[in-house]
Design a binder for this molecule. Structure first.
Ligand SMILES: [Zn+2]
Length: 143
């Protein structure tokens, strides 16, 4: 899902949460921010793969590879890890949410984001840091 779609749907989601829990006030913006900022891990992956720090070039990299099957297949060979989209990150937020309200709000935004991702770009094979490194090491032994 493109960033603008995440922003739009995240705004609707955080507005709905605000209407249900008006006592949240400005804190509902934390939910909105987390629905978008979770994708910063895509930027980290693009920087690692391209060696360029430009946000625009990172965005273009993903758009180009999505539209080109050859490039997309090549991309998969790099064992991309989207650390904020993993079970471990989610578990960390869940544990922190018992003690910190901010973590609970971030968890809400992240949950909504991942819910949307499930419909648009499911990456079941990259949903765990442990699985990522286990698979990476297994492939390294084969080569
Ligand atoms: Zn995402």
């Amino acid at each position: 899902m493109r960033p603008l779609a995440h922003l739009t749907l995240g705004a609707v989601f955080s507005l709905v949460v605000y209407l249900i829990f008006p006592e949240l006030g400005w804190k509902s913006l934390i939910i909105l921010a987390s629905t978008i900022l979770i994708d910063v891990d895509h930027y980290f992956v693009a920087v690692m793969l391209t060696g360029k720090f430009s946000v625009r070039k990172a965005y273009d990299y993903f758009i180009e590879t999505l539209n080109d099957k050859k490039l997309l297949d090549k991309r998969k060979l790099h064992y991309e890890l989207y650390v904020f989209h993993t079970f471990e990150f989610y578990l960390l937020l869940l544990i922190l949410s018992f003690s910190y309200e901010t973590a609970l709000l971030i968890l809400g935004g992240v949950s909504f984001h991942i819910f949307l991702d499930c419909f648009n770009n499911p990456r079941k094979e990259r949903m765990s840091i442990i699985h990522h490194f286990a698979k990476r090491n297994k492939n390294a032994i084969r080569n």
